[in-house]
Design a protein around this ligand. Structure first.
Ligand code: SME
Length: 169
């Protein structure tokens, strides 16, 4: 199969863009079991679809640390400026999503007391927990924007749907 970036995608509503991205991601990944390949494909296609996103990526649950009883995220596939390498559960927006297993929609990161500023241009952020087929937390998906209020409930619902479709395998 082939995948072509839709040059008219800027004309689409947010909901329509998500519909396209979810369809394309699932088509590209059909038959591909590798989790890193699945994460990298989500990053690439989401990043192309949404111009306002300047950092798009995954922080993965560190299995070695987990076996030692430590809950820590380590950076995974991403697109954007240099991200911090490790985030403890409970720290920052990513750590909050990991610790609580809930999506964090942050319209103004400067109002989030524990926000970790990897890039000073970030003004809003969304972090979605990612689960495998057994319901185990395997990662969090993180996206940052230079604009305030980029992400809302529509992003949360669509990203949750995408992450479930891609990683509950
Ligand atoms: N801002 C995030 C850290 C990751 S970077 O944005 C890439 C946080 O507070 O968890």
């Amino acid at each position: 199969m082939s995948y072509m970036v839709n040059s008219s995608s800027t004309m689409l509503s947010k909901g329509e863009k998500y519909q396209e991205v979810i369809r394309d991601v699932l088509a590209v990944l059909d038959g591909e079991p590798d989790v890193t390949a699945r994460m990298a494909t989500c990053v690439s296609l989401l990043n192309q679809a949404f111009d306002a996103w300047f950092w798009t990526g995954f922080y993965v649950v560190d299995k070695v640390k987990k076996a030692a009883g430590i809950d820590e995220l380590v950076v995974g596939p991403y697109n954007g400026t240099l991200g911090c390498l490790r985030i403890a559960f409970g720290r920052g927006v990513c750590g909050a999503a990991a610790a609580t297993r809930t999506t964090q929609v942050v319209p103004d990161v400067h109002q989030f007391s524990d926000h970790i500023a990897c890039d000073s241009r970030s003004n809003s952020e969304i972090v979605v927990p990612v689960f495998d087929k057994n319901g185990e937390l395997i990662a969090v998906f993180d996206s940052d924007s230079e604009s305030f209020g980029t992400y809302d409930d529509e992003d949360a619902a669509n990203l949750k749907k995408l992450m479930a479709a891609v990683f509950s395998i």
